[in-house]
Design a protein around this ligand. Structure first.
Ligand SMILES: [Zn+2]
Ligand SMILES: [Zn+2]
Length: 246
């Protein structure tokens, strides 16, 4: 996988040297690779969001109504964008059409939105980023974990190490949609565990979980519980998209 990716990236660079770059979003020729300045500026325009769960807000209050009632186990969730165009399409191309270049694009955009929100000092406090793992069955069918690829791009742009193979996804969980809050929690009980190496390495550390789309937050919350039970000091979440509350 790593080898194929290296070959792919190398041929991409060669191709770029010969041809003018095209923006992956609007398809027009672009000075930069991956994305043109116009699309970049449009995506990184400031959005108003809940400071805890990251969902978009229309008003300028700090927290959404949900978070005033229930708090998640993580401290803060930062999302690049709401789950709306062009993101569902970009994520689909990455996950289901194996267009791995989109992981580089999404990783770059997420990294830059993080640099907009957090200063150098805040970022230096983070010990590791951890991609939300896929169940082994899903990993075998897809051939790659999209959150791992996004994390690799993030790690490069932000110089934060990835904690590899420390979290295990035990359960092949059924879809969370249509389940109540308590059913969801039950469905996800013990969905994750830490490897022996994870237990030793992550205790007392500040971790950021990386996900592509956070919907109800139940999955990520379950992973947070697993980490906090193993004495991880603090858990935050960074994701590409956060779906809106109804
Ligand atoms: Zn463009
Ligand atoms: Zn909220």
């Amino acid at each position: 996988m790593r080898f194929l990716r290296a070959v792919f990236q190398r041929s991409q660079t060669l191709l770029e040297a010969c041809l003018p770059s095209h923006c992956l979003l609007c398809n027009l020729t672009s000075q930069q690779s991956l994305i043109c300045q116009y699309c970049y500026d449009a995506i990184l325009a400031e959005r108003t969001y809940c400071l805890h769960c990251g969902c978009g807000l229309i008003t300028t209050q700090n927290y959404c109504g949900e978070c005033l009632q229930h708090q998640f186990e993580f401290q803060q969730l930062h999302a690049l964008a709401s789950y709306q165009a062009p993101f569902p399409q970009l994520i689909k191309k990455l996950k289901y059409q194996n267009q791995l270049l989109y992981a580089d694009l999404l990783g770059l955009l997420l990294a830059d939105s993080i640099k907009q929100r957090f200063n150098e000092q805040q970022l230096q406090k983070i010990d590791y980023i951890i991609p939300v793992p896929l169940h082994i069955k899903k990993l075998r069918t897809r051939g790659f974990n999209q959150t791992q690829l996004i994390s690799e791009a993030l790690s490069q742009h932000l110089s934060i190490n990835i904690a590899q193979q420390m979290v295990i996804r035990n359960k092949f969980t059924q879809a969370q949609e249509g389940l109540s809050r308590s059913q969801r929690t039950k469905n996800l009980n013990n969905a994750f565990s830490l490897s022996e190496k994870g237990r030793v390495t992550l205790a007392g550390k500040h971790i950021v979980l990386i996900d592509d789309v956070v919907t109800t937050g139940a999955t990520i919350n379950s992973l947070c519980q697993c980490l906090l039970a193993a004495n991880v000091k603090r858990v935050d979440v960074w994701c590409i998209c956060r779906t809106e509350l109804n």
